[in-house]
Design a protein around this ligand. Sequence first.
Ligand code: NAG
Ligand code: NAG
Ligand code: NAG
Ligand code: NAG
Ligand code: NAG
Length: 457
Amino acid sequence: MAMVSLSSFSLLFVLLAVVNDQIGVTGEYFKLPLLRKTPRLSPTQSLLLDIHRLSHLHRSRHHHHRKQKGIIKSPLVSGAAYGSGQYFVELRLGSPPQSLLLVADTGSDLLWVTCSACRHNCSFLHPSGSTFLARHSSSFSPQHCFDSTCDLVPHPDPNPCNRTRLHSPCRYEYEYSDGSQTSGFFSKETTTLKTSSGREAKLENLSFGCGFRISGPSLSGASFNGSHGVMGLGQGSISFASQLGRRYGNKFSYCLMDYTLSPPPTSYLMIGGNQLAVSKTPKISFTPLLINPRSPTFYYIGIKSVSVNNVKLQIDPSVWSLDEMGNGGTVIDSGTTLTFLPEPAYRQILWEMKRRVKLPSPTEPTPDFDLCLNVSGNAMPQLPRLSFKLSGDSVFAPPPRNYFIETEEGVTCLAIQPISTGTGFSVIGNLMQEGFLFEFNRDKSRLGFSRHGCALP
Ligand SMILES: *[C@@H]1O[C@H](CO)[C@@H](O)[C@H](O)[C@H]1NC(C)=O
Ligand SMILES: *[C@@H]1O[C@H](CO)[C@@H](O)[C@H](O)[C@H]1NC(C)=O
Ligand SMILES: *[C@@H]1O[C@H](CO)[C@@H](O)[C@H](O)[C@H]1NC(C)=O
Ligand SMILES: *[C@@H]1O[C@H](CO)[C@@H](O)[C@H](O)[C@H]1NC(C)=O
Ligand SMILES: *[C@@H]1O[C@H](CO)[C@@H](O)[C@H](O)[C@H]1NC(C)=O
């Protein structure tokens, strides 16, 4: 409910300006490099972390209504043959610009970075630029706690705010569904972005969280290691996508690539402009983007049915529905690795896959996975093909590498997890999204996707 009242503040929100302002008119768009860091954990270790966080998310989401914003569960991170994991976006913040790597998360709204008030000798305190040095930027300014913009973020309780004092910063405390937290000063900065034609554009007054404290498994674990914060791309008014979208076109797109390819492909988060028209993507499919007033951050889509090897499974369509209480439904989330489906649908898929697959099981079961196969010595294992029929009658048919993951040498497991119906919601995670171009178009309330869009400039 808190989020409903927050969105009504969006009119008060300060708009950004660009020094050389042509974006949105010419169809030009912003391009931010998307990268993936090489993990340190073994794939199975990190997978288990991921599962743990998500199950926590589903249990706890109703307890966080007051200040919840979304999720960031991270990343798996393969190490093995599958290049899934956490996707980082590179943002240049401050004057002169400091380069930061942020987790790209469509499941939360706040853009925040780890901040330091260090003034001198900072490379000693913060080796390898591990944090944003606010005092080294001439354009940094904390928002005042009495600014209307400050109402857009959740505050700590109690929230000290002295309206008569010149410097009384806007304190925020942002919590993720697994209980991980970041708190600090909600601030403004200038960011320097590259455009599709290679120009540099400076955007002033970007609102972001200057984080002085972070805690919790998602933000302190090994999977967060090497990142400087989170770029929330959700539908809320403070998200990076919304701040830029209000002025440059309310859409963004990305391609999550298999980074185990050599050489690693370059991919971008693209914001504003007219990316799909410019790239003339062939065979683009669309499905409506839905809003859940109870969880206004998330991008919901509708699943109508699921097929295995083109045979439609007998699943009651009601398991996919988003009810009036805001339960159920399906979100598409770049910050979750695995895909989570309602228990009855999951059981059907599992049963059908087991029936069709002709590969032996490994000698030892793999914890937390119901279907694992011994594919050692089998370069091209025949795996069942999964496809989703979406609202609008488009079909999302990812290749098996998007839902089978190598958990150890020669063992591949179905990378889908069940959620209990009733209170949970389905999640299409980032592994399932790999190799597709996705365009989140909020002006047209639709999600575009194409298997052939990733190789485009
Ligand atoms: C950014 O904010 C400052 C302070 O509120 C204001 O003076 C300036 O005009 C703003 N710039 C733009 C481009 O909106
Ligand atoms: C500055 O850094 C050096 C190492 O680079 C260290 O020896 C010195 O004590 C630091 N000075 C302060 C004031 O922290
Ligand atoms: C607020 O700030 C003013 C000016 O600094 C100070 O006089 C006043 O005592 C402060 N009020 C509170 C409640 O701290
Ligand atoms: C993070 O990475 C550094 C090296 O880059 C390593 O020393 C440290 O132990 C890692 N921390 C965690 C929590 O994995
Ligand atoms: C997979 O099968 C091969 C024989 O084809 C066997 O040597 C190997 O131990 C099996 N691996 C696992 C993990 O079960």
